[in-house]
Ligand binder design. Structure first.
Ligand code: FES
Length: 115
């Protein structure tokens, strides 16, 4: 699986300063709306669209159980697996994050014709 990697911060420290715990920042890369958050367990990136009915997950909140809760019907999703922890058999799209010497990156899977 190959990825397009997008730099979202110049340094990890900069990301930590900017992204206070359980806050969100939104990006759009290659037409995909991505939300990045930081919890006590690290950085997470996920699609900013609830799989239940399309609400913006970045308007929700994170729990101490490392979940994102949708603002509309309050379904919750595990930030490690993407799977719903309440509400139904849904899952959010997760994007890998890599922290390197020269920045913090989010990966988007390359389409089959791009690899
Ligand atoms: S739209 Fe997110 S739980 Fe319904």
């Amino acid at each position: 699986m190959s990825y397009h990697w997008f730099k979202i911060f110049e340094k990890e420290e900069r990301a930590e300063d900017y992204l206070q715990p359980n806050t969100f920042i939104n990006f759009e890369f290659k037409g995909e709306k991505i939300c990045v958050t930081r919890t006590s367990k690290g950085f997470y990136a996920f699609g900013d669209k609830c799989p239940h009915n399309g609400a913006s997950l970045s308007k929700g909140f994170c729990t101490k159980k490392n979940e994102i809760v949708c603002p509309l019907h309050r379904y919750s999703f595990d930030l490690e697996t993407g799977r719903a922890t309440s509400g139904g058999a849904f899952a959010i799209n997760l994007y890998p994050i890599e922290i390197k010497e020269n920045g913090v990156y989010v990966g988007i899977k390359a389409k089959w014709w791009e690899s």
